[in-house]
Structure formats: structure tokens, C-alpha cells
Write a protein that binds this ligand. Structure first.
Ligand SMILES: Nc1nc2c(ncn2[C@@H]2O[C@H](COP(=O)(O)OP(=O)(O)O)[C@@H](O)[C@H]2O)c(=O)[nH]1
Ligand SMILES: [Mg+2]
Length: 366
């Protein structure tokens, strides 16, 4: 029985910190050490293959080679020392992005052991304990997959047909009241008009509908829905919609986008998380982010996103807090690729650590 080891590239300018992290993950004695690139080293045990990289401040072609030789690695970890400057770290990530062609989200900052994590960072970061539980889970999943015939390997798996493994597939389920901008937001994510979207006093979207698109390294399925929480529709129809949603998001990971109009919070939305929980399970808020539409309304009111969050009504604040402050803003009338990028950034961060109690380390801000 063989399975792919979890492969990690460890980056940074502090040799001692990089080595300490490797020892924590791999254990001191077990590490078999070999070297194939100048100044880079490989440490392996049964579960992990870890690549120690040269000093980030040294000539960059060595780092680039590490990425060329390890195309199928799982995570790139950037180790920083206590008292690091957010700006400096971000600069390093941008340089790594330029050098390797990998997106900035690829690089996960490993926070120093004793670190007061109080601010929100523009990059993905993790405490060692959370990193460790995440990668152990990955290793465990791989071992289990190797012993059972995994669903993803089944020849009928539609994702195999599409040429993508299920775990690189993301389902984005658009949920919310009629008129909040679900269909328009779906079209913005897809970059083309697929879902009918217009101003109307009666609901425009009657059925759940899905459309797939490759965004960055992910195969994204956008699922548009009618207002399944509408009190005017009967339980049977609601159940049908929910089942259809579940069917459409059967493969891969799922993130729910709770779509809300930035300047309109209605009575119907007050209990929306409870209704969402009844439909998709009590932990659904952990997989949910809030997508506020009509961002231009904010700008016209000279309001920043921070001020907006500050001024939320208590009921809306409760919803945002329950979703751990994961919010993104869309202006569907003037969509920019930056909006979708920011959404995917939050989505990826949720997915990387979905089985991990990483707390609020990744809170989105811009
Ligand atoms: N100005 C503006 N209008 C929007 C935005 N998002 C949606 N709309 C409009 O709001 C109306 C309802 O949108 P729709 O996508 O059909 O809402 P749904 O019922 O939630 O699917 C349409 O006229 C959209 O053009 C936005 O970000 N800005
Ligand atoms: Mg719609």
C-alpha cells in the first residue's frame, strides 16, 4: 500500500527557525537527510517530505529551483521570527510570488511560538499547533484513502471526467433573500451572464442551477439558488431546493455565500443562520461567508468597509460574528477581477483549514 507523503517547502531567512519547525514536524531522530540542490535539504519520514530551502535573502535562483523540482508539493511555509514586520513579510511573499509564479496565497506564514496574534494580516498565517493538526489530518486522510477505494477514484466520479480530483473542487452555494444579488454575484464570479438576474417584485430564480469554471488552481462550481428561506414557499418545495443544492455540491468542498444587500437588512434575514442550519446542518456557519452586494452604495455614502461593519445593527452583527467576520464585498454593476480574487482568497483560507480550529487568524480585511 503506498500513499503520497504530505510534502512541505519550508522557507525563511532564519535557518534555526526553519530547522526547529522541521524537527517539530518530523521528529529529530527519524529524519533521513538527503540533498539534491545546493543548500537545500530533504527530510523524510513515513508521513512527510519536507524541503528545507536556502536563505531567502540569498540569490533567488536556488529557491526557484526548489519549486521547479517539487511541483507537486502540498504547502509552502514561511517561517518568521518574533517581532516580524507585517510589511516586510508581505514583501517577502510578493517576491516569492514573482520568483516562483505561485499565487501569494500559496505561502502560509508560520507564526512564532510565543506570539500575540492581535491584528489581521494580509497573508495566510497559522500557529504551529494549528499547522501541525492540519498536516497530521492531511497525512491521516491520505493513509485512509490508500486503504479504502476512495470515491474520488471511482471511474464514474464526474470530477475525474472533468480531469480534476474532487479535493481541488470548490462548490460555492449562493444563498439569501430574493433580490439580494445572488444570481448577479454568481455571474460576477463566472465572468459571464449565466444566471438570469433582474430587478423584479417576484422571484426571478425559480430553481437551483450550477455552472463550473476553473479559477486559479481550483475547479469552481457556482450554484445559484432561489430564496429557499422564503416563508411563502412550502416545506416540500424548500426541501426539494435544499436536496438539489446538496446534490449539486456532492463532490469536493463546499462554501456557502450568504448574499446580502449592503444597505438593506430585512426581517426575513434576522433568523437566516438558524434556517441555514436547519437546512444544511448546525455547523454550516463554519462554512459560510457573507457576500455583501452593491459595494458602490457604501462608497456613495462615503463609508469604508470597516465603518460599515462597525455600524451594523445588532442582529446583522450577530450573523457576521457567527461567521467569524468573514465578509467580502461585490459591486456587480461594475465587477472587477479583484473582487473575485478576494473572494477566492477567503474561500481558500477556509478550505485549507476547514477541519482545524484555527480561530480567527485569517480574518479578512483589505
Ligand atoms: N447596483 C447594483 N445592483 C445589483 C448588484 N447586485 C445585484 N444587483 C441588482 O439587483 C437586482 C436583483 O439581483 P439578482 O441577482 O436577480 O438577485 P437574486 O434574486 O438574489 O438572484 C438586479 O436588478 C441586479 O442587477 C450590485 O452589486 N449593484
Ligand atoms: Mg436569482
Amino acid at each position: 500500500m503506498s500513499y503520497k507523503k504530505v510534502s512541505l517547502i519550508v522557507l525563511g531567512s532564519e535557518a534555526a527557525l526553519k530547522r526547529a519547525l522541521i524537527t517539530v514536524i518530523i521528529g529529530g531522530d527519524e529524519a533521513a537527510k538527503s540533498s539534491y540542490l545546493k543548500e537545500s535539504e530533504i527530510y523524510e519520514n513515513n508521513n512527510y517530505k519536507i524541503i528545507y530551502t536556502p536563505d531567502l535573502n540569498k540569490p533567488s535562483k536556488d529557491i526557484k529551483s526548489v519549486f521547479v523540482y517539487n511541483k507537486d508539493h502540498d504547502r509552502s511555509l514561511l517561517v518568521v521570527k518574533e517581532g516580524f514586520s507585517t510589511g516586510e513579510v508581505w514583501k517577502q511573499i510578493e517576491e516569492l510570488h514573482k520568483l516562483t509564479g505561485k499565487s501569494t496565497e500559496e505561502f502560509i506564514v508560520v507564526l512564532p511560538l510565543i506570539h500575540e496574534h492581535t491584528e489581521s494580516y494580509p497573508f495566510t498565517c497559522l500557529k504551529i499547533s494549528n499547522l501541525f493538526s492540519t498536516i497530521s489530518k492531511m497525512a491521516e486522510d491520505r493513509r485512509q484513502k490508500a486503504t479504502s477505494t476512495s470515491h474520488a477514484d471511482h471511474p464514474d466520479d464526474p470530477m475525474k471526467v472533468a480531469g480534476k480530483p474532487s479535493d481541488s473542487r470548490v462548490n460555492l452555494v449562493l444563498l439569501g433573500m430574493s433580490g439580494s444579488g445572488k444570481s448577479a454575484s454568481g455571474n460576477t464570479i463566472l465572468g459571464k451572464t449565466i444566471f438570469p438576474s433582474k430587478a423584479s417584485s417576484s422571484p426571478v430564480t425559480a430553481e437551483c442551477q450550477a455552472e463550473d469554471k476553473e479559477i486559479g488552481s481550483s475547479w469552481v462550481r457556482v450554484i445559484d439558488t432561489p430564496d429557499i428561506f422564503d416563508d411563502d414557499i412550502n416545506d416540500f418545495t424548500k426541501k426539494q431546493h435544499v436536496n438539489k443544492c446538496k446534490e449539486l455540491s456532492e463532490h469536493g468542498s463546499t462554501v456557502y455565500l450568504l448574499v446580502m444587500h449592503v444597505s438593506r437588512f430585512t426581517d426575513g434575514e434576522r433568523n437566516i443562520l438558524r434556517k441555514l442550519g436547519e437546512a444544511f446542518g448546525s455547523k454550516v456557519h463554519e462554512q459560510t461567508l457573507i457576500l455583501f452586494t452593491r459595494e458602490n452604495d457604501l462608497m456613495q455614502g462615503d463609508m469604508t468597509q470597516g465603518a460599515f461593519i462597525h455600524s451594523l445593527t445588532p442582529d446583522l452583527k450577530k450573523i457576521v460574528t457567527k461567521c467569524d467576520n468573514r465578509c467580502v464585498w461585490f459591486e456587480n454593476k461594475a465587477p472587477s477581477s479583484g473582487q473575485v480574487e478576494r473572494l477566492m482568497h477567503v474561500v481558500h483560507q477556509m478550505l485549507i483549514f476547514r477541519n482545524n480550529s484555527a480561530g480567527s487568524w485569517w480574518r479578512f480585511s483589505r
